[in-house]
Design a protein around this ligand. Structure first.
Ligand code: 3HC
Ligand code: NAI
Length: 698
């Protein structure tokens, strides 16, 4: 065995050289990997006893891409292209043996081998678009040559990987090993190489192929139209498409030149910086400074959910989706049947769209049992309460949980704003109590705010974070305060938006500014969707704000076709309603506010800067561990556009001095506690620093 570099070695299996990349955790293409592959290829080419080469990886995956941590540093030779050229131009067969995930630069390396074999569970993708980039190592020119233009468009603009079956069908791999595992893969790759030698198969370079490139130019315009909605605001998808157009219309080397030029443009833009930042932010969020990584986890084999309404039903689905049995307990048989019916309907809708099979519907429903007796929770490892948002009710429910749940069970509340410490105090085991704040629809939204109480144990925190990952959520650990991280910041946006309504902005104008910034919808469309009457009671309503006035005049939101907008009963299309504008104008007049023209820029700053300010207060209080956690909350819970990095990263890119100056100015002119500047934000602004540099606060 020869150690080529610290992370690449070469062994012989008779006439076959086996080059192994071993660069944990994901075999990213760090400079010593590039150097090792180059040296290994050169050595194999020069050795007369070697007849073929297998490139394989140790550990959990094939090369998962460029080393993203190197992007912010000066380039270090050798370039990846050197290693790729050595593979592609080798006169001896080169076989890439792929397991895990061949992603980005990893797949680009594999496409420079003459052949590819794979483990059955292997995945293949060019996810650069998710980092605001395009594949910069020839992938844009090689992938369409292998898979055809249509599939390359889909793969490169979504960034989603395909499995080995699909890869075999479209020609991306030549053979799939009979089973997963390193031994089976290596044996298949070596056997494949020997067959190539025995059969004297030609060594085709992907770059020389053009048999799948001929397409009608309308393919591109149709595709642009098809993805316009889903990729709104993002630059990278369009850049990827342009590269594929180049592949379809230009010789390989000219296509590579287009790829290089466009790669340089996206790489130097703010969107890719934000998206790369987000990649690491999401992974940081899983790390809790005071909870050791090796904290023993509580097993969660059975879950109980109290309340099968909007949230409880969705929460239960998350567990059934991954094979964990759930018991839903409702207050009466009728509510229970209604809740179970909604779950079944949701699954059936997914099946009719093809995202799950009809067998899956049956399998998942079989994992969900219903009851009206909380005693059925006695053998559950995790109980989640999703009853009405009422502190006294939640306290009494937790006292019951305490009496019923087995020792060591995790007792969780889905409250969206209430005091988790007060809820925990209703039990004799506050160390077992935690908040699990799901977002609506709970079976769809990726975010889970995990709320640690003062006494929540490390084991309960670690186990809840692990369960969240198991049900495919992105969990962010936060502390107790009204509204936690997400809703507490949302309240600030709402205060200013409502004030601007009275000053003369319309709901449609405010919504458009927020939509154009990149959110899926503005605050008023969002309130209409959620229902204006959440928490509203006719008996106590006193026309004290616009929402109350709308509820009093029978406007409940989308549910009855009338809210801040009027909704078409068939298409659900929203139209601004003069009646609403008149109600707002009259209310403003009663409040003594003179209407004026409010500019879009003012709307943007007054909606978003108080959120940044509140985020800084949240950080200072230790409610969030790090600024990037706040960004992860807002991107996954509320649709803040990831290409701006989230509120805190966005503020960094504007410059904290500028943001702080505007906040101070607004505090002086508009007043209000939410404009009082966070001392932390002021300090960072004075120091010329950023939230990013701040690091973890706990
Ligand atoms: N560069 C540097 N570090 C990386 C990395 C990369 N490409 N991919 C993953 N990591 C790190 C993560 O930050 C994490 O570090 P941590 O343990 O310190 O937090 C560790 O590897 C493990 O990652 P995950 O927690 O994500 O592990 P999973 O097993 O859940 O997922 C994965 C593995 C599917 C490979 C996932 O990490 C992933 O999607 N990685 C990114 C893949 C990618 O985007 N590749 C393209 C890169 S850009 C490129 O190649 C440009 C080229 O065209 C020139
Ligand atoms: P919901 O009204 O749709 O459902 C509540 C369910 O709890 C009802 O089906 C009701 O019958 C049941 N219930 C009430 N008391 C009960 C009891 N004592 N025993 C058994 N079942 C009981 O309410 P929703 O929207 O699901 O909210 C539930 C919780 O989730 C609240 O705390 C809310 O703040 C929180 N939440 C709601 C979000 C939303 O967007 N709807 C988002 C995030 C959290």
């Amino acid at each position: 065995m020869t150690e080529l570099t610290q992370s690449v070695r070469m062994e012989r299996d008779g006439e076959i050289a086996v080059i192994t990349v071993d660069n944990p955790p994901v075999n990213a293409l760090s400079f010593h990997v590039r150097q090792g592959i180059l040296d290994g290829m050169n050595a194999a080419a020069a050795d007369p006893e070697i007849e073929a080469v297998v490139l394989i990886c140790a550990g959990r995956t094939f090369i998962a891409g460029a080393d993203i941590t190197e992007f912010s540093k000066p380039p270090q030779p050798p370039s990846l292209q050197g290693a790729q050229d050595a593979m592609e131009n080798c006169t001896k067969p080169v076989v890439a043996a792929i397991h895990g995930t061949a992603l980005g630069g990893g797949l680009e390396v594999a496409m420079c081998a003459h052949f590819r074999v794979a483990s059955p569970s292997a995945k293949f993708g060019l996810p650069e678009v998710k980092l605001g980039l395009l594949p910069g190592a020839g992938g844009t020119q090689r992938l369409p040559r292998v898979t055809g233009v249509a599939k390359a468009l889909e793969m490169m603009t979504s960034g989603d990987p395909i499995g080995s079956g699909e890869a075999l069908d479209c020609g991306l791999v030549d053979e799939v090993a009979p089973a997963d595992g390193a031994d089976a893969l290596l044996a298949t790759a070596v056997g494949f190489a020997r067959r190539v030698l025995a059969e004297h198969r030609p060594l085709t370079r992907i770059r020389d192929r053009d048999d799948k490139l001929a397409v009608d130019p309308s393919v591109f315009s149709d595709f642009r139209q098809k993805i316009a909605h889903r990729t709104r605001g993002f630059l990278a998808p369009e850049y990827n498409i342009r590269c594929i157009e180049a592949a379809a219309t230009l010789p390989f080397e000219e296509g590579i030149a287009v790829e290089r030029k466009l790669f340089g443009e996206v790489m130097s833009g703010t969107q890719s910086k934000a998206q790369q930042y987000y990649f690491f932010a999401e992974r940081e969020a899983a790390k809790i400074p005071d909870v050791p990584k090796d904290t023993p986890l509580l097993p969660v084999a059975k879950v109980g959910v109290l309340g099968g309404g909007t949230m409880g039903g969705g929460i239960a689905m998350n567990f059934a989706n991954v094979g964990i049995p759930v018991t839903i307990v409702e207050r009466d048989e009728e509510s229970l049947q209604r809740g179970l019916g909604v779950i079944r309907k949701n699954y059936e809708r997914s099946a009719s769209r093809g995202s799950i099979s009809s067998d899956d519907v049956g399998r998942r429903m079989a994992l969900i049992s219903g009851s009206v007796d909380k005693g059925d929770f006695h053998d559950c490892d995790l109980l989640i309460e999703a009853v009405f948002e009422d502190l006294e009710l939640k306290k009494s429910v937790f006292a019951e949980f305490d009496a019923i749940a087995k020792p060591g069970a995790i007792l969780a509340s889905n409250t969206s704003a209430l005091d988790v410490n007060a809820i925990a105090a209703a039990t004799s085991r506050p160390e077992s109590v935690i908040g699990t704040h799901f977002f609506s629809p709970a079976n769809v939204m990726k975010l889970l705010e995990v709320v640690r109480g003062e006494r929540t144990s490390h084991q309960v925190i670690a186990s809840t974070m692990a369960v969240a990952k198991q049900i495919n959520k992105i969990a962010v650990l936060v502390g107790v305060c009204h509204g936690f991280v997400g809703n507490r910041m949302l309240f600030m946006r709402r205060i200013e938006a409502d004030k601007m309504l009275l000053e003369g902005a319309t709901p449609a104008q405010i919504d458009k500014v927020i939509y154009d910034f990149g959110f899926p919808m503005g605050p008023y469309a969002m309130m209409d969707l959620a229902g204006l009457d959440i928490g509203w009671k006719a008996e106590t309503s006193s026309s004290s704000n616009v929402r109350e006035i709308l509820c009093e005049s029978g406007r409940r939101g989308q549910k009855n076709g009338r809210g801040f907008y009027t909704y078409d009963p068939d298409t659900r299309a929203a139209t601004p309603d003069p009646e609403v504008e008149e109600l707002i104008r009259q209310f403003g007049a009663r409040q003594g506010v003179a209407p004026r023209t409010v500019s879009d820029q003012e709307i943007l700053e007054r909606c978003l800067y108080p959120m940044v300010n509140e985020g800084a207060k949240i950080l200072d209080e230790g409610i969030a561990i790090r600024a990037s956690d706040i960004d992860v909350v807002w991107i996954n819970g509320y649709g803040w556009p990831v290409y701006t990095g989230g509120p805190m990263f966005w503020a960094d890119t504007i410059g904290l001095a500028e943001v702080a100056a505007k906040i101070n100015e607004n505090h002086a002119t508009l007043g209000g506690e939410h404009w009082k500047i966070s001392p932390l934000l002021q300090r960072l602004a004075d120091e010329g620093s950023t939230f990013q540099k701040l690091g973890a606060r706990r």
